[in-house]
Design a protein around this ligand. Structure first.
Ligand code: NAL
Length: 326
């Protein structure tokens, strides 16, 4: 796979394609970053961006993972001590999941965001940005109508981080796109360079196929799920025999195969007894989706294979979490 394909496969949006093509022409040693508000246990949302980080590392890029402790504090996710403890667990889970340690730098936001120069730059950015503009950028992350001042500062800091971490590429879920657009607009106003961004898709809710899979409502899959939890959750998933269900619905089982399983395995084997046609082996997502649509692959068999594949992917992180807690 060439570098451009590694950078862009399975992404929902590239801003801009021309800038990402330039980067793909010489990716060696270039720096991509993703930021996460620390939370104790990784879920599939984190792992979707992590899959992209692994692609970028395969293309030769360095990855900066920002453990956004100050952002989590602004977003009322706990005290600094609590946030720090969960960040350490998060780091261990990312490495267990398969990020290359030699190509990964973990940085705490508080390591540089409390410095004088950063603070003055932040105040400069505050003067350049209307409250309305900052609130719009934050809508999908914080998402209610009663924004506090902290929620307006949040996207401004995310903007500045792109400059302060000396990055060549910003990576995030599609829910980060408005902040990245704000960054593209505002960095030049501070005489800093614009950076390209790539956004990963948001997976639909597992049981309804609607909206987005979330850790706060509905079913989500996390690093601490047992094999039995995974089987049960995937078993209850919405999986019509089509990749394009009616209306706004998605097929979350196929989405998980596409974004989580195929990027990490060379082949996927659906085990079936001989009397039901024997094993099916897939090297590409498209072939599996086509078989589900044609009826060759039964949703129940697809689900069994999905649960087993996800189990294999999260097993090392689950083990790591257990060790950390003992
Ligand atoms: C992502 C987050 C916080 C700060 C960042 C700074 C630079 C780059 C990415 C960052 C977390 C993210 C979330 N906003 O919603 O989890």
């Amino acid at each position: 796979m060439d570098a451009y394909e590694l950078l862009t496969r399975n992404v929902e949006e590239v801003v801009t394609d021309e800038e990402v093509r330039d980067l793909a022409a010489d990716p060696e040693g270039k720096r991509a970053y993703v930021g996460y508000e620390p939370s104790g246990v990784l879920h599939l949302g984190h792992l979707l961006t992590a899959n992209k980080l692994i692609d970028l590392q395969e293309a030769g890029m360095e990855v900066v993972v920002l453990l956004a402790d100050v952002h989590a504090y602004l977003n009322e996710k706990g005290s600094f001590e609590e946030i720090r403890a969960t960040a350490e667990q998060m780091k261990a889970q990312f490495l267990a999941y398969g990020l290359e340690e030699a190509q990964t730098e973990f940085v705490y936001g508080s390591e540089f965001q409390l410095e004088e120069e950063y603070t003055l730059d932040l105040h400069h950015l505050e003067r350049e940005t209307t409250m309305n503009r900052a609130q719009r950028a934050m809508a999908e992350i914080q998402g209610d109508e009663t924004a506090k001042v902290s929620h307006l500062v949040y996207p401004l800091m995310q903007t500045l981080d792109i400059e302060y971490l000396d990055l060549d590429l910003a990576v995030g879920g599609l829910d980060q796109r408005k902040v990245h657009m704000l960054a593209r607009e505002k960095l030049p106003e501070l005489e800093y360079d614009v950076r390209p961004a790539i956004h990963t898709p948001i997976v639909a809710d597992l049981t309804s196929g609607e909206g987005k899979m979330s850790s706060s409502e509905g079913i989500s899959i996390s690093m601490e799920d047992s094999t039995a939890d995974l089987e049960e959750k995937i078993n209850s998933a919405f999986c019509p025999p089509t990749r394009d269900p009616e209306g706004d619905l998605e097929n979350p089982v196929l989405e998980l195969f596409e974004y989580h399983v195929f990027p990490r395995f060379d082949e996927v084997v659906v085990e079936r007894p001989e009397k039901y046609g024997g094993d099916l082996t897939y090297e590409a997502y498209e072939d599996l989706a086509a078989d589900l649509e044609s009826g060759e692959l039964h949703p129940a068999d697809a689900k069994g294979t999905l649960a087993a594949s996800l189990d294999e992917l999260i097993a090392p992180g689950r083990e790591k979490l257990r060790e950390l807690r003992d």
